[in-house]
Write a protein that binds this ligand. Structure first.
Ligand SMILES: CC(=O)N[C@H]1[C@@H](OP(=O)(O)OP(=O)(O)OC[C@H]2O[C@@H](n3ccc(=O)[nH]c3=O)[C@H](O)[C@@H]2O)O[C@H](CO)[C@@H](O)[C@@H]1O
Ligand SMILES: C=C(OP(=O)(O)O)C(=O)O
Length: 422
């Protein structure tokens, strides 16, 4: 197991290239299984979650070759013959549950373990299962596995309303429907960029999907999908994380390159209110700071609202703001495992139900802290980078799930982060 030793504070200056999105790449990989010929996907980040999902896919007999130099993934599903996603792999990563939709679509049957992933309280999959049942798929649960089957080659489909809107369920249902459901309508479908990109890839493969980017998706069965060349999008959460990293330091000048600013939704609107200089030019985003930042309260919402995957980083940023602010998570009510760890660094914050109140600015001082999930981990790195003296971040394997080359990217702009064995 690795840990980070971080020396702070250091000014941040220079540029950081943004990697491909983890949360967009995983559904695209699942979509590749639906093709009757090989697909390749560009801009795939070298991350633990991608390696894990490659292995989940390989279990089916699909050939997966990851050209890591080129960040290009080649997926050939022509020999896919085993319709299972086992617990040993699925427990490592929640997105492996997309195999349910992918295998229903591809084979009309699937045996997929109930998921794992970052742990922060209940993360149900009831909507995925109810949605498949509404489509006409038989769903049974045995010993931690979902068994899915269909009587004939296709199902009638019908209509299903997601309440609440769910990214994961929307993706799974799309994957299951495109080759199997005569006509299936998803209401209150997620509109997150990850969902839109998946629909675009499936359309290019030959799928019939209407309403892309809206909350009503109408899917009509096609007989086959072709493998294609497709490009993933830049990671909007990585982009937001590094914008926050820059804003945390009083004298930063950071340019993020290769971003997709239009995927950031309302995040720039909140970011602007901090009072830092912030400029978007094509795919570059420049953040310059000169002094303190304003306390800005946020609430997570579905896209284009403030993303739940950035709330931990924002609360960390608020420890440096000139006053009191709150961070409320309306998507996941219990995603605050970073709070006790930030307190150990000297932050003044407290949780009440799904809201954190942060009193800033506080002077943080280096110490040992422990990563507990992906976004909590990166928040501890951000905090340690402004803390006085040496910090030790334990269990950074969480970070390796979702941030490509994190320490290299940050060290290149002036941070002092060393990876060593724990
Ligand atoms: C809407 C949202 O911000 N989704 C985020 C969520 O996706 P993820 O796919 O994990 O979560 P969902 O979008 O499915 O969940 C949204 C809400 O729906 C509820 N729910 C979900 C599925 C279900 O079967 N039953 C149910 O009740 C969840 O408890 C949650 O309150 O976490 C990912 C990883 O951190 C993020 O990248 C996604 O952007
Ligand atoms: C927690 C995340 O991923 P997962 O849903 O796979 O746990 C994340 O991307 O922040």
């Amino acid at each position: 197991m690795d840990k980070f030793i971080i020396e702070g504070p250091t000014p941040l200056k220079g540029s950081i290239p943004i990697s491909g999105s983890k949360n967009a790449a995983l559904p695209l990989m699942a979509a590749s299984l639906l093709g009757n010929s090989p697909s390749s996907i560009d801009l795939v980040p070298r991350l633990e979650d991608i390696y894990t999902f490659n292995n989940v896919i390989r279990v089916t007999g699909t050939q997966v070759i990851f050209d890591e130099q080129e960040n290009k993934l080649h997926i050939n599903p022509e020999n896919l013959a085993h319709f299972e996603a086992p617990y040993e792999l699925v427990r490592k990563m929640r997105a492996s549950f997309y195999m349910l939709g992918a295998l229903i679509g591809r084979a009309g049957e699937a045996k997929v373990s109930l998921p794992g992933g970052c742990a922060w309280g209940p993360r149900p999959v009831d909507l995925h299962l109810k949605g498949f049942e509404a489509m006409g798929i038989n769903i049974e649960l045995h010993q931690g596995y979902v068994h899915a089957s269909i009587e004939n080659n296709s199902v009638e489909g019908g209509e299903f309303t997601l309440e609440p809107s769910s990214v994961g369920a929307t993706i799974n249902l799309i994957l299951g429907a495109v080759l199997r459901a005569k006509k299936f309508t998803i209401k209150n479908a997620a509109k997150e960029p990850d969902v839109v990109l998946l629909c675009k890839m499936l359309k290019k493969m030959g799928a019939d999907i209407e309403g892309i980017g809206t909350s009503t998706l109408i899917i009509q069965k096609v007989d086959k999908l072709e493998g294609i060349e497709f490009s993933n999008d830049p990671d909007r959460i990585e982009t937001g994380t590094y914008m926050i990293a820059a804003a945390m330091h009083p004298n930063s000048d950071i340019t993020l390159t290769g971003c997709k600013p239009e995927d950031l939704g309302r995040f720039p609107h909140h970011f602007k209110k901090l009072g830092v200089h912030f400029d978007i030019s094509g795919s570059d985003i420049r953040v310059q700071t000169n002094g303190g930042i304003n306390p800005i309260s946020i609430k997570t919402k579905i896209y284009p609202g403030f993303p739940t995957d950035l709330q931990a980083q924002w609360a960390t940023l608020m420890t440096q703001a000139q006053g009191t602010s709150t961070v409320t998570d309306t998507i996941y009510f219990d995603r605050f495992s970073y709070v006790p760890e930030l307190k150990r660094l000297g932050a003044d914050l407290s949780v009440d139900k799904n809201k954190v109140t942060i009193n800033g600015p506080t002077k943080l001082t280096g110490t040992s802290v422990m990563s507990t999930d992906l976004r909590a981990s990166v928040s501890l790195v951000l905090a340690a980078m402004v803390a006085e003296g040496e910090s030790e971040i334990l269990r950074v394997y969480h970070l390796d799930r979702g941030y490509e080359q994190l320490e290299n990217k940050l060290n290149n702009v002036g941070a002092s982060i060393k990876r060593t064995e724990q």
